[in-house]
Design a binder for this molecule. Structure first.
Ligand code: GLC
Length: 737
């Protein structure tokens, strides 16, 4: 550090170019950064940050919307390994992914790049992926920290959100990744959080991320996110990307003592640590292996939503199958923007079906992927339907409908596709719909009379083959919804406040995001969080809940494949606080396990519940709190399909919070020292008042005790301050019994 001049230090905390850091001597070589979360988009040293220019070919895995639907951490770790291999092969030291932001609204333009509406599912999958990437000596970069849940006005919108919603919804996935996978880098978000840009937010970057969670990696900005580079460095941002040429302002601030040199030294130390950790990115498996992993991921992402029995397709030689929809020939397999990968190949479903089916398969595009209807194509498809035994309609959102950089305004499929589907259904032939979409689309308005609905999301370059294998039964679908599909957009809890305007958005839905709202309000949904069909069936039995420590339980259940086909199911564990004082969601996902079973096979599943799984964020005491009382344990195949129920009783966390000057009578009653003082006061009350005490107490329970000093109860400010001091001293020296 000593040989670095201040000028050099100020230069090091900004990049050298769009994708490179500045070299700072022998132990600080330049590092190559590259997107993205589901494939390497490497443009070498130059290039753009929004995916306009070409990048080197690399394997394109399913984007997070697909990976999230697998609910399979072990698979995600393999995807991480393969991504690390790809990055190492291309000389990339730092891979800019995974994306962890919560899908607050189904309209989010980058929902395809994020895992779920639920933080536990997001965090568990992302941690597995980070472990996989970093096992190859390549840094992962969980992003975008934090509360970057919309594209509208993303570079300056101020997200107003309660600390409880941050702690319980928008931060936990990042926290889980930091604590469980130790990412070597992390990217702060574009937006403001409660008035302060994320890349200049000391509370986020230092107090929460480093002091509380123990993050020891490097924090980089999103591209072009830094508003004030001096404020950013002071707040704990280590690297401005790309360089904005304003490092001279950092140097001036250093010279004038507005920024402590130690802050820069810490940033450079973290740059050095990142360089040391990524000094030797090492590919272990080859590209063919990466393609095989991408295929496995696509297979497990496919989510079956409806099936009247037509799937898997029984395709005898004489069966006349008609495939309709340009997506069957030209798959939409990833999303738009900075994550866009140049795939090594693209497998489409039409070819994959034709390779597997002896009979002829007719094809009609039915519509074009560019905006605007083409009635000739639709007419041709409907005409061809007249002599088909089964129609497979590949519908979905074309590229121009969703992307990084803008949000959608409705959930509808393109009108021309809906019209075409109506006409196909009117032929009376069975119709199977296969969807390609990065974010939720409305299904309820057109699903009646459709024989089967396969939600394919976006499946990466190998997805066309995976879809064919599921349709033909070579693979049993095992995807589960990582995001609820509402009956109507208006049912979504964020609807009234998304995406805000005038650079302001208020998260009025607070902690009630996705199923946390639907299940609490009892709102009907089209398909529930955690839902997905299989080609077989599963029975859960033998629930056992065993206490294994203070506020720790093992939850054991047995699952059996009761059908005639192999398949995988995702056993989901939800916890519901019962009767506590605090408003909580109806239940919350706390653990899950994906289980593969042969027909008739049965396996035990064990999941654990710990204190954090019972806790809520007490915003006043600014801590996680476990209330004593009863908690319901729900084991289910989705948030709406609870198969087994049990309960646990928690003693609570036993923590007594310090009294504050504005502590209420209720809070005094919960503190042993002040409760005793209240007892003495009641004993000393004039008889008449004591009788009236109950309703009086009910009235004043939520009143700060300090306010009662003006009620002529003989309670003075000095007494109140004295009690508070005694109570807190007793807490501090542990004599509070
Ligand atoms: C983009 C994205 C970020 C990406 C970066 C570099 O704007 O927000 O996810 O990694 O810039 O392309």
């Amino acid at each position: 550090m000593e040989e670095l001049t201040r000028e050099h230090k100020a230069r090091l905390v900004a990049g050298a170019s769009t994708w490179k850091t500045v070299s700072g001597g022998r132990d600080l070589p330049e590092l190559l950064l590259a997107d993205g979360p589901h494939g390497v988009r490497s443009q070498g040293a130059q290039g753009d940050s929004v995916g306009i220019g070409d990048s080197l070919p690399a394997v394109c895995f399913p984007p997070a919307v697909g990976l999230g639907s697998t609910w399979n951490p072990a698979l995600l770790e393999r995807v991480g390994n393969a991504l690390g291999d790809e990055a190492a092969r291309l000389g990339v030291n730092v891979l800019l992914g995974p994306g962890l932001n919560i899908k607050r609204s189904p309209l989010g333009g980058r929902n395809f790049e994020y895992f779920s509406e639920d933080p536990r599912l997001s965090g568990t999958l992302a941690a597995a992926m980070v472990r996989g990437i970093q096992a190859r000596g390549v840094a992962a970069t969980p992003k975008h920290f934090a509360a970057n849940n919309q594209e509208t006005d993303r570079m300056r919108v101020d997200v107003t959100v309660s600390e409880r919603a941050l702690r319980e919804i928008y931060l936990p996935a990042f926290e889980q990744v930091v604590r469980d996978a130790g990412p070597w880098a992390l990217m702060s978000a574009y937006n403001r959080v409660n008035g302060v840009f994320a890349s200049e937010n000391h509370w986020l970057l230092e107090e929460v991320l480093r002091d509380e969670w123990g993050f020891d990696g490097l924090v980089m900005s999103d591209w072009g996110a830094v508003d004030d580079p001096v404020a950013a460095v002071a707040a704990g941002l280590d690297l401005e990307m790309p360089p904005s040429g304003r490092h001279t302002r950092v140097l001036e601030a250093l010279e004038e003592g507005h920024v402590d040199e130690a802050v820069l030294d810490s940033a450079i130390e973290r740059l050095r640590r990142l360089a040391a950790r990524t000094a030797r990115p090492t590919a272990v498996d080859d590209r063919a292996s990466a393609q095989a992993v991408a295929l496995d991921a696509a297979r497990e992402a496919v989510t079956l939503l409806e099936n009247d029995g037509i799937l898997p397709l029984a395709v005898e030689d004489h069966t006349r199958m008609l495939v309709v929809g340009e997506f069957a020939r030209t798959p939409r397999f990833q999303g738009g923007g900075s994550s866009r990968v140049q795939p090594t190949r693209v497998l489409n479903a039409l070819d994959a079906l034709r390779e597997r089916v002896a009979g002829t398969i007719a094809f009609e595009p039915g519509f074009t992927l560019s905006p605007g209807a083409d009635t000739d194509l639709a007419d041709a498809a409907v005409a061809a339907a007249s002599d088909a035994d089964v129609i497979i309609a590949f519908l979905g959102l074309p590229d121009h409908a969703e992307s990084e950089g803008f949000d959608r305004t409705d959930l509808l499929l393109p009108a021309d596709q809906l019209t075409l589907l109506e006409r196909l259904r009117a032929t009376g032939r069975p119709v199977v719909v296969v969807l390609s979409n990065g974010s939720v689309v409305d299904i309820a308005s057109w699903r009646d009379g459709i024989a089967a609905i396969v939600e394919g999301w976006l499946l990466g370059q190998e997805g066309g083959r995976a879809i064919a294998e599921v349709l033909l039964g070579e693979v049993s679908p095992s995807g589960r919804l990582a995001e609820s599909i509402p009956l109507r957009l208006e049912d979504n809890p964020s609807h009234l406040t998304f995406p805000g305007r005038d650079s302001q958005v208020v998260y009025g839905d607070d902690i009630f995001v996705g199923y946390r709202s639907y299940d609490t309000l009892g709102t009907q949904v089209a398909y529930a969080f955690g839902f997905g069909l299989s080609y077989t069936s599963f029975r859960y039995h033998d629930l056992q809940i065993v206490e294994i420590g203070r506020n720790r339980w093992a939850v054991r259940v047995r699952i059996r494949n009761t059908g005639s086909r192999a398949g995988s199911d995702v056993v989901q564990l939800y916890v519901a606080a019962d009767g506590g004082e605090v408003r909580r969601p109806a239940h919350e996902l706390r653990a899950f396990a994906k289980v593969k079973l042969a027909p008739g096979e049965e396996k035990p599943v064990e999941m654990e519940i710990g204190p954090r799984d019972l806790a809520f964020w007490n915003a006043q005491a600014r801590r996680w709190q476990v209330e004593p009382g009863r908690y319901r344990i729900e084991v289910g195949a989705s948030s709406r399909d609870i198969r087994l129920r049990g309960e646990i009783h928690s003693p609570g966390d036993g923590i007594i919070d310090p009294l504050r000057a504005d502590s209420t009578l209720a809070e005094w009653e919960r503190n042993p020292v002040s409760a005793k003082v209240l007892e003495q006061m009641r004993a000393g009350m004039p008889a008449g008042m004591a009788e009236k005490a109950p309703e009086l107490l009910a009235m004043v329970r939520s009143t700060p005790v300090m306010k009662l000093t003006t009620w002529g109860l003989g309670l003075t400010e000095e007494i109140v301050q004295d009690v508070i001091r005694k109570a807190n001293d007793a807490l501090a020296d542990g004599t509070t019994e």
